[in-house]
Design a protein around this ligand. Structure first.
Ligand SMILES: Nc1nc2c(ncn2[C@@H]2O[C@H](COP(=O)(O)OP(=O)(O)OP(=O)(O)O)[C@@H](O)[C@H]2O)c(=O)[nH]1
Ligand SMILES: [Mg+2]
Length: 284
């Protein structure tokens, strides 16, 4: 299996900045990807956020399978987190976010009041792994494009404070991973959703892993999109060949261009064209 480690220098810096800045924070808003809510949690953020009010956003809920999202919401609620499933691009759930911010910070406002501090804004750190939609979430909350976003990991490189109103300030942070994944399945899932820089990945292998996963958990989805009969005797690379054939991915000599077919499949998955797909479930 290929290795997925990606821990560039800006993440080491970002982690340090987070550690130093955590004292100023009242609430940690952890953004995860609803398709892999567990694998897209950074264990560091859990440690850093200890003792703080916590809100978890299951983002990109439009790309995840609704039944699974419900299971994850229940799972995290049972662990004591405030949880909201969102499509940050359209901002459904914005009102609830504000409610949770207010509620989670009531205690802090009370504490401030006792000490004679009035109207200090609530400060929330928006944290998570790369490409889960932290900056998009902030832009939606702000109602304008104040943070840079992009369809690849590593867009935000440094911390940026954004004032939502006189009561709330949000901190946009760079997505961070961790130096070593104990479980390579975690690495695979992160690579599939696009949280690991594609340049260091073998896209063809990644696409074949996706084919295996889909055939196992979402039978019929590939057939529907590419009109390939789901024949259980087909190997994953033969499947990719079929996609290449149907989509006309050919090299100069006429051979199938598997790399091109792999890119096409990955794009279709990441943009939701294959359907709403979740890749992991809470352990019972
Ligand atoms: N389908 C869908 N796409 C989303 C959603 N939220 C964000 N995106 C897209 O995901 C991509 C990454 O969004 P960003 O907001 O830049 O992600 P980020 O977490 O700030 O990423 P880094 O700064 O690289 O860590 C962009 O192409 C967004 O348009 C969502 O809820 N649904
Ligand atoms: Mg960002």
């Amino acid at each position: 299996m290929q290795q997925f480690q990606w821990y560039p220098g800006h993440m080491t810096k970002a982690r340090r900045a987070m550690q130093e800045g955590i004292k100023l924070i009242d609430l940690v808003i952890e953004v995860v990807d609803a398709r892999i809510p567990q694998a897209s949690r950074n264990p560091d953020i859990d440690t850093l956020g200890r003792g703080k009010a916590r809100l978890m956003i299951l983002n990109k809920v439009d790309l995840a399978d609704p039944k699974s999202t419900k299971m994850w919401e229940d799972h995290f609620k049972s662990l004591g987190y405030h949880v909201l499933a969102m499509d940050s691009r359209v901002g459904s759930g914005k009102k609830q976010v504000n409610q949770v911010i207010a509620e989670a910070c009531k205690e802090k406002i009370e504490r401030d009041r006792k000490r004679g501090i009035l109207n200090r804004p609530v400060r929330a750190m928006v944290a998570g792994i790369p490409n889960v939609g932290k900056s998009t979430f902030i832009n939606t909350m702000a109602g304008k494009a104040v943070a840079k976003t992009g369809n690849k990991p590593g867009v935000t490189k440094g911390n940026q404070w954004i004032r939502l109103n006189k009561n709330v300030e949000l901190l946009d942070t760079p997505g961070i991973l961790w130096p070593k994944f104990d479980d390579q399945m975690v690495g695979l899932r992160l690579a599939l959703i696009g949280s690991i820089k594609d340049d260091i990945l073998n896209t063809t292998e990644l696409a074949m892993s996706l084919i295996d996963l889909l055939r196992d958990k979402y039978p019929g989805y590939l057939e529907k999109r590419y009109q390939i009969a789901e024949d259980s005797s087909l190997k994953s690379y033969e499947y990719l060949e079929q996609i290449a054939k149907i989509r006309g991915c050919l090299m100069k000599g006429g051979d199938y261009d598997l790399d091109k077919a792999a890119l096409l499949l990955m794009d279709d998955f990441r943009s939701g064209k294959l359907g709403a797909i979740t890749l992991e479930w809470p352990e019972k």
